[in-house]
Design a protein around this ligand. Structure first.
Ligand SMILES: [Zn+2]
Length: 609
């Protein structure tokens, strides 16, 4: 991970990236057309071995040595997975079954001496990671993330591919976002490897919920271990999500769509014509649970527009060997969070107060994390490959933010600003539509950061220096003017909280008191106390949670406490001088006496229809 990351250190200009991307498309297309290759994969699940058996028949114009590669990542999950490590029992033969020599030159590369003739491959892939971006098989189902399964030929991803998914005895169904070829759901096709890699396959003892169409296009929800009491009611709500999500752009860019429910777990990944979601349906009986699940599904669904088609220039065609790095995930991910809230609000699945609560949740997460003093939204996007999907860990946790938090806040501010400047005639929806029709439909490519900004400024009719400075720097955000555009007031005043404050949060584990969090720059932090330290004694007495918590009332600002802590196996005594905690509530309220424009903007955003 670290060595691969170092290749990204020199940051190219967007123009250079654009040129590289266009060149890549041209060379790949030219190669594909000339080569006239035929790629056919076969796949079988082997639950006993927890492996997938993969075959490839490759014919057509081939070089002397064919360089086969496994991707290092899968789109939508911006982390290095190095899928090659899961491959075993690799065998290459010619059409008559004679073995061909090969060299496994690195974890993800196999060089086969094909002698310009057709090649057959056989290999196994370990399927033990139960995760939306991994491969997994158990006795009742299998989930295949194609980037972790199918090899491509180096620098040759624009090739049509066909696939046979072999049925497994007793399993009822195969589901995938790919186009079905033939009369049953075992034959699939993809026009190129970008499409192939963006269409996971779920098979097993699956349940299909009642499907629906929007604008004549079929939408399905097929899943494993789903427990939904009111299936029709649930799908009626999903239909509202799809209708309101697709209405933002005005057209549906796919022929069919399927939500793949993977059963218990966490997370989701968006795809071109599907979404993979860890999902059981648990929680639908309460409004809070419903709101969380519908938000999550609306998020993955809206990605079919924002990131899959409305996309930064770097995100397609993808670089499966090095990863595709962009500074725009605050838009691709963050604005998708903004729209998940907007979609379920417009669908009537939440009310105005719930929507404000969701946005305030992200704002609080952003403001409370000290990382907002160190990392901008564009940096968080570029650095996610090394920071990890949820930012850095341990002490470094305090140096990062999440674009999932700052992104929707910036999305809201941009929406309100555009509405204010245009007398509520234009909005962030217009930005999304312009990006879709200009770059995806007309130019058939992604947009550069400069082009994104230009579309925002042209939609607003004014320069947006301040907003883009908030995106690319750690400058403290002044929310007031933006919230005021919708007649809202936000309470960002610092208030002193009562009681003595150390900054330590702890819990008892196996009769010991462990520190679970130390607030950055708090008195305990300044004394060198860190998360996971064990507290042995408090002012000479055995440490208990009750004794620690009592300090907030028995001590006052300026008082000291002596803590004996165990740090990495060493015992040491630490003196902590208590302080007073300052906090901001960021409560959001409607202003008294809003004017006509403020009222109209509030209604459009928070109380539509
Ligand atoms: Zn997302």
């Amino acid at each position: 991970m670290a060595t691969i990351y170092s290749k990204f250190k020199g940051r190219k200009t967007s123009a250079a990236l654009l040129t590289a991307a266009v060149y890549f498309i041209l060379t790949c297309t030219a190669f594909g057309q000339k080569s006239g290759q035929k790629w056919h994969f076969g796949i079988s699940a082997d639950p006993a071995a927890k492996k997938a058996h993969v075959t490839l028949e490759l014919s057509g114009k081939l070089p002397d040595t064919v360089v086969f590669k496994m991707p290092v990542w899968t789109t939508g999950y911006y982390q290095f997975m190095n899928f090659g490590k899961n491959v075993s029992d690799f065998i290459a033969t010619d059409e008559s079954g004679n073995e061909l020599g090969f060299k496994h030159t690195d974890q993800n590369t196999w060089k086969v001496a094909a002698n310009h003739k057709a090649v057959k491959l056989k290999y196994d892939v370990e399927c033990t990671r139960n995760f939306v971006g991994g491969n997994y098989i158990d006795t009742a189902h299998a989930y295949f993330s194609p980037a972790g399964l199918f090899m491509y030929q180096d620098k040759n991803i624009i090739q049509p591919v066909s696939i046979t998914v072999n049925k497994y005895p007793g399993w009822t169904r195969i589901a995938a976002g790919l186009d079905v070829a033939g009369s049953d759901s075992t034959q699939y096709t993809a026009p190129d490897f970008d499409v192939l890699y963006d269409a996971p396959i779920l098979m097993g003892k699956l349940e299909k919920l009642p499907g629906f169409t929007v604008k004549g296009i079929p939408h399905d929800f097929i899943g494993y271990k789903m427990a939904i009491a009111d299936k029709q009611g649930f799908m009626d709500d999903i239909k509202k999500i799809v209708e309101n999500g697709s209405a933002i752009i005005g057209e549906i860019p796919y022929k069919h769509y399927v939500f793949l429910g993977l059963g218990p777990g966490g997370g989701g990944i968006e795809h071109l014509t599907s979404a993979s979601v860890a999902f059981t349906g648990n929680g639908l009986d309460k409004q809070a649970g419903k709101m969380r699940l519908y938000s999550f599904l609306a998020h993955e669904y809206f990605h079919t527009y924002n990131v899959k088609r409305i996309r930064p220039i770097e995100l397609g065609p993808f670089d499966y060997e090095h990863g595709s790095k962009t500074e725009m995930l605050w838009v691709s991910e963050g604005f998708t969070v903004y729209y998940e809230y907007m979609i379920i609000r417009r669908a009537g699945l939440t009310n105005a107060q719930e929507l404000i609560g969701q946005l305030r949740g992200n704002l609080l997460n952003y403001e409370k994390k000290p990382g907002h003093l160190f990392q901008s939204a564009t940096q968080a996007s570029l650095e996610t490959w090394s920071d990890g999907p949820n930012g850095r860990v341990a002490d470094e946790f305090n140096k990062t933010i999440s674009y999932y938090d700052k992104g929707p806040v910036l999305g809201l501010m941009l929406d309100l600003k555009i509405r204010h400047e245009t007398q509520n005639k234009e909005s962030l929806d217009d930005v999304m539509r312009t990006l879709y029709y200009t770059y995806f439909k007309k130019l058939k490519r992604g947009f550069t950061p400069q082009e994104f900004r230009k579309v925002c400024e042209e939609t607003a009719g004014v320069k947006l220096d301040e907003l883009f400075e908030y995106a690319s720097t750690v400058k403290e955000i002044n929310y007031h003017p933006y919230f005021a555009y919708a007649g809202l007031d936000i309470d960002d005043a610092w208030k002193k909280l009562p009681g003595a404050w150390s900054g330590i949060t702890a819990k008892t584990q196996k009769d010991s008191l462990f520190i679970t969090a130390v607030e950055y720059d708090s008195p305990a932090w300044k004394s060198g106390i860190r998360v996971r330290n064990k507290i042995i004694s408090i002012d000479g007495q055995p440490a208990t949670l009750a004794a620690l918590q009592a300090l907030s009332t028995t001590k006052k600002d300026g008082d000291a406490v002596e803590l004996e802590v165990e740090q990495k196996g060493n015992l040491k005594k630490v003196k902590v001088i208590f302080g007073t905690e300052n906090s901001r509530s960021f409560e959001i309220k409607q202003m008294p006496g809003p004017d006509a424009l403020q009222t109209a903007i509030y209604k459009s955003v928070f109380d539509p229809k």
